[in-house]
Ligand binder design. Structure first.
Ligand SMILES: NC(=O)c1ccc[n+]([C@@H]2O[C@H](COP(=O)([O-])OP(=O)(O)OC[C@H]3O[C@@H](n4cnc5c(N)ncnc54)[C@H](O)[C@@H]3O)[C@@H](O)[C@H]2O)c1
Length: 335
């Protein structure tokens, strides 16, 4: 049994607690959150009594095999490094970090301790992404010439995310797009141009951008356009609109990266994403995000390196920072 700890008992922390509680291979042993009320509420829900406000206290007192880090985007370094240095493997929420200094510190800790760290870019576990990768790796499209990927979310998310003004659609949303594209087509972007737009959120007193569009020139020759925003109206039927189009010299692959072909005709009518979270016959919640967590646990059991690791996730952050820089300066950033 893998003994898991959890740092960050917010939205994603609640999902980790559910995933570990459902798993027959892992158990949630301890929960840590700066806000003791949150750790307590989550602990009560899952029968966990070992609760902490400081991760160093948790790491000193508990014998853990691994910890899930589900703190805000810009606060992964301190808990991740503390866990690695305490001899514990890490499942870190995306993105790995929001500065290169933080990425390097985490990579350094991985190298020095020999522990495992995976960043939970769970979209890699979507069935559509697995199938796209199989097709691309088999050369079904020939050389990829261009890719379009979009991720759009309703504005409601920006009202519930406490630290929304300290992040951007680049780190929060394009991180998913960037990892998905780099995972699928391989290689590294060499030129990055981006534009961010402002107005809707600032008019609500939220000092961050509404949307960002980025054009990336990959070293393999592909041009990738990524488009993300979090200002879609709350009635937006697909709720999360995530889609990809990949065009190669010998063919094209199009996919909605979510299963939303089931409509609920109710007062709050919207399509139903049964990939992300659906009940299974045991009453467990299942879907790609949970599959990604179980993949991490299985890798630990088998002694296999889970992917994406700190090296791959650092390259994603490097691209995200180039997008932010280009949007700020109006210039093409060379990587
Ligand atoms: N995979 C996905 O689809 C997805 C979706 C949403 C968010 N995320 C990512 O998950 C992470 C967490 O996001 P969230 O929406 O759960 O945020 P959240 O604000 O709901 O939860 C974060 C929690 O971390 C706690 N915290 C902050 N600093 C801490 C510290 N030093 N020690 C202990 N606890 C601390 C806060 O008190 C809060 O309870 C982010 O990196 C975010 O980008 C991923």
């Amino acid at each position: 049994m893998i003994r898991m700890g959890l740092i960050g008992a917010g939205t994603m922390g609640a999902l980790y607690a559910r995933a570990f509680s459902q798993s027959s291979a892992a158990e949630l042993v301890a929960v840590c959150d700066l806000d003791p009320g949150r750790a307590e509420a989550l602990g009560r829900r899952h029968g966990v009594e070992r609760l902490y406000a400081d991760c160093q206290d948790m790491l000193r007192a508990e014998e853990l095999d691994a910890v899930a880090v589900a703190t805000p985007d810009f606060h992964h370094r301190e808990p991740a490094v503390a866990c690695l240095r305490a001899g514990v493997d890490v499942l870190c929420e995306k993105p790995l970090a929001t500065t290169m200094a933080d990425c390097h510190a985490i990579r350094e800790a991985v190298r020095e301790t020999g522990r495992r760290l995976m960043v939970n870019f769970g979209n890699r576990h979507k069935r559509q992404v697995c199938k796209l990768k199989e097709q691309l790796d088999a050369g079904a499209l020939g050389p990829v010439e261009n890719v379009f990927i979009r991720l759009r979310e309703p504005i409601g998310k920006t009202a519930t995310l406490e630290w929304v003004a300290k992040t951007t659609p680049t780190f929060f949303l394009l991180s998913h797009c960037t990892d998905t594209v780099m995972h699928l087509i391989g290689g590294m972007p060499r030129q990055v141009y981006a534009k961010a737009s402002y107005g809707v959120l600032t008019s609500r007193g939220i000092e961050t951008s509404d949307a960002v569009v980025a054009v990336l020139g990959f070293d393999g020759g592909a041009t990738v356009t990524m488009d993300a925003n979090w200002i879609m109206p709350d009635g937006f039927a697909p709720e999360i609109d995530f889609a990809i189009e990949i065009v190669g010299r010998d063919g094209a692959l199009y996919s909605k990266l979510r299963s939303d072909d089931m409509m609920a005709y109710t007062q709050g009518a919207r399509s139903v994403d049964y990939d992300f979270a659906s009940p299974d016959p045991l009453g467990h919640t299942s879907g790609w995000w949970f599959d990604s967590v179980y993949y991490f646990i299985e890798c630990l059991e088998r002694g296999v390196e889970p992917q994406p690791d700190a090296e791959q996730a650092t390259r994603v952050t490097q691209v995200l920072l180039a997008i932010e820089e280009s949007a700020r300066t109006g210039r093409v950033v060379e990587l």
